[in-house]
Design a protein around this ligand. Structure first.
Ligand code: ATP
Length: 290
């Protein structure tokens, strides 16, 4: 399935949630959506699923053959949290399979393979309401895969899964990708980016701000340092030093301007020594490990 978004915006009342997004997602591609909380990833997935409509612009989903009805059947969507239902996992998935037009036999066969893969075989007849967060997430993903969709939309699919299940899911999705399934996934997980992504889109306040190749997503350990007493000239020199990622000055009323520096942790000892040598006072040092 190929998806084309043309100047898509979505508003709720006055609030602009998606703003002028144009993008083509190709058949067999895996596109990963990244961005801060509230940046619009889930809303974009819902637009792609056809669950909501744009306020402006168009979302075109192109399939070869088939009707609007088959378009819905050919789309799988795992929302960010499976609602707690009063069904057992097997009954729930059976109902979802039948609703999609699968036979009982087909559904039980497909789900049986996944119950085994995700280690849920012994719990399949327990109520979903009694499941842990991770177990519920596995059922959520299984329902999205029913009927082998051509377009699969996943919202934070690795969330709540143990390491082993994460790897099994990645392996399963890699197999689906070989069948030309189009995959759009909201995730910050390095495992998804490195193992599945063909392109990564970064969102900020409803806009696409960057389109990246997976190899451009380099996660490094960074250190954030807050400094005062550093002259403007020294700050300028420091901003070009090796290991500096970002340097910004915040002027506060009736107080020393404070400089915030984000640096590669591998260079932090040398850079902190340079700041002190220039007469800077270090207010705080925070290490952010990725
Ligand atoms: N039905 C709605 N009515 C009003 N505002 C909404 C609605 N749905 C989403 N929003 C707003 O749209 C913005 C984007 O929300 P969205 O859930 O798409 O973000 P997100 O990037 O998926 O966030 P997160 O990483 O926290 O899941 C938020 O400010 C949210 O409050």
């Amino acid at each position: 399935m190929v998806i084309q978004l043309d100047e898509v915006s979505k508003r709720y009342g006055e609030k602009v949630v998606i703003s002028d997004v144009s993008l083509q997602i190709n058949q067999g591609e895996c596109l990963v959506l990244m961005g801060d909380n509230g940046s619009g990833k889930t809303t974009l997935l819902r637009l792609l699923a056809g669950l909501i409509y744009p306020t402006e612009g168009k979302v075109l989903r192109k399939i070869t053959g088939g009707t609007k009805k088959t378009l819905i059947r050919r789309t799988g969507y795992a929302i960010d949290r499976l609602p707690v239902t009063n069904f057992t996992a097997e009954d729930y998935l059976l109902a979802m399979g039948l609703m999609q037009g699968l036979s009982k036999k087909e559904t039980l066969y497909q789900t049986g393979v996944w119950f085994e893969l995700f280690g849920l075989m012994e719990d399949k007849n327990e109520l979903i309401a009694s499941y842990s967060k991770g177990m519920r997430q596995k059922v959520n993903i299984m329902q999205s895969l029913l009927g082998d969709p051509e377009l699969l939309l996943l919202d934070e699919p690795l969330s709540g899964l143990d390491r082993n299940s994460q790897k099994n899911l990645i392996q399963l999705l890699s197999e689906y990708k070989k069948t030309k399934m189009t995959l759009v996934c909201a995730s910050h997980e390095q495992l998804i980016v490195s193992e599945l992504a063909d392109r990564v889109v970064e969102m900020h306040r409803g806009k696409l701000i960057r389109l990246l190749q997976p190899e451009e997503i380099v996660t490094v350990d960074t250190t954030l340092v807050r400094v005062t007493n550093l002259s403007e000239a020294d700050a300028k020199i420091l901003s070009t030093a090796e290991g500096i990622i970002e340097l910004s000055t915040q002027s506060k009323k009736e107080a020393e301007p404070e400089i915030t520096i984000i640096m590669h942790s591998s260079h932090s000892d040398i850079l902190l020594a340079q700041i002190l040598a220039k007469g800077g006072s270090i207010q705080s040092v925070t290490r952010e490990e990725k």
